[in-house]
Design a protein around this ligand. Structure first.
Ligand SMILES: *Cc1c(COP(=O)(O)O)cnc(C)c1O
Length: 425
């Protein structure tokens, strides 16, 4: 059978051992292909019912009694279901705040501990919010730290040597995105963590683009700290609560800069002196958003059932397939690959580049273009990100999306779209 024909995609879907999981998601528009699960994951069918229960039974009927019947422990319980996906012990993870706020809390705690060291290292491929937070921290600590960003030799990935150049004995903190949001480049977590430890630096990984897509081994790699969001591959819903991880032995050494009552040793004794809770609880600030927290559980149950290693295997087979289709059908039309070709250097999305990327994205999304509506996303200056979410993406999704991109580029169907960009791309 010809690899480049539709029949191949159909056959792969038939053989896919995870294919039944797709039915667990709300996919009710047969003319929609969703390839943006790396920005906002789809809705699991079980989630609305779960939230309804929390609203009607727990909030509606039991009212405030629910705090003693499950709400208080919920952050910890949800975190325990996330822990196996990121290779951590349950008591090393907690659901809290947003990814940005968690970065702030943990990076602050490190700078406060590592008083003799005056450098922070990251890279220029990192998510801008992470960099802004580091810039803000430098100001907050009185402009005494130097923020050094490792450069990328090819605008796609950062080599080990490019990190080594920036890591010196003065480094308090190395913080990186495990998978880069634009190119999907993925670091070797163990190798980079070891390098930083050799220099006495602590390491904080942002797992926003890897949690739920790539098996992360925080304990095995001896990682100090990690953060990440739950609305991407973890399908927790828009703005769902984020997570943070602090290695067991560091929990007593680090103190959150936000001394809220949920991080206090015994919040309900209402003492006026703050004493941080033992363990991971101390990184909480205030009351958790119970509705949003509960919404994450159905997806985590599906992820654990599917198994993160199986999800990764499927993601890799699918991204290799996508890359081959792009080479065959799209490179002749002026596209180039914006993601690493080596499996071990790539997360779960594939970026393709084209000078007209923005308008091609508009044409893909607009149902008036003809064919199915395809939702990827656009990242400056010329990236179309095609997100593979192995728990629900099919081979046909990938095949049809590539065919649609081909048609749009060949016939220049993007010409009728404006170059003016919307607020959210
Ligand atoms: C998505 C993402 C975030 C999001 O942060 P929020 O606080 O949820 O807005 C942070 N870092 C990275 C690397 C991301 O990909």
């Amino acid at each position: 059978m010809d690899f480049f024909e539709k029949a191949y995609a159909i056959e792969q879907d038939n053989r896919d051992e995870l294919k039944h999981f797709r039915k667990q998601f709300a996919i009710d528009d047969p003319n929609l292909i969703y390839l943006d699960g790396n920005s906002l994951g789809m809705l699991p069918k079980a989630t609305p019912e779960r939230i309804q229960k929390v609203i009607h039974n727990e909030w509606g009927r039991k009212l405030i009694r629910s705090w003693n019947e499950g709400w208080y422990e919920r952050s910890q319980e949800i975190a325990a279901k996330l822990a196996p996906l990121i290779g951590a012990k349950p008591h090393e993870v907690i659901m809290a705040d947003s990814t940005s706020v968690n970065l702030f809390k943990l990076a602050y705690a490190v700078l406060h501990l590592q008083t003799g060291k005056k450098a922070i290292v990251s890279d220029e491929l990192n998510f801008p919010s992470d960099i802004y937070l580091l810039q803000g921290l430098v100001k907050l600590f009185g402009d005494k730290h130097e923020l050094r960003l490792a450069r990328s030799h090819n605008n796609m990935g950062v080599s080990k040597n490019e990190i080594v150049e920036k890591l010196k004995d003065d480094t308090a903190l190395l913080t990186l995105s495990h998978v880069a949001f634009k190119s999907s480049f993925m670091y070797d977590m163990k190798e980079i963590t070891d390098l930083a430890h050799e220099k006495g630096a602590m390491v904080l990984w942002d797992l926003s683009h890897s949690a739920g897509a790539v098996p992360v081994k925080l304990n095995e790699c001896n990682v100090d700290l990690a953060i990440g969001c739950t609305y991407k591959y973890l399908n927790g819903g828009p703005g769902s609560i984020a997570f943070l991880y602090v290695r067991e032995d560091l929990q007593e050494k680090l103190v959150s800069p936000i001394w809220g009552w949920f991080g206090q040793k015994d919040p309900f004794n209402f003492r006026l002196d703050y004493e941080p809770a033992d363990g991971i609880q101390r990184f909480l600030a205030g009351t958790p958003p119970v509705l949003s927290l509960s919404a994450i559980e159905p997806s985590l149950d599906l992820m654990n059932e599917a198994g993160i290693d199986n999800l990764r295997d499927k993601s890799l087979t699918q991204s290799r397939y996508l890359i081959e289709l792009c080479k065959h059908f799209l490179e002749p039309l002026g596209f180039s690959l914006g993601s690493p070709v080596k499996d071990r250097e790539r997360g779960s999305h594939v970026s393709i580049r084209h000078p007209e990327a923005y308008r091609i994205c508009q044409a893909l999304i607009d149902p008036k273009t003809g064919g199915k509506s395809v939702i990827p996303d656009f990242r400056e200056p010329d990236n179309i990100r095609l997100g593979i979410t192995p728990i629900y993406t099919s081979y046909m999704d990938i095949y049809e999306a590539v065919m649609q991109i081909k048609t749009i580029a060949e016939q220049k169907l993007y010409n009728r779209f404006s170059l003016q960009k919307g607020r959210v791309t």
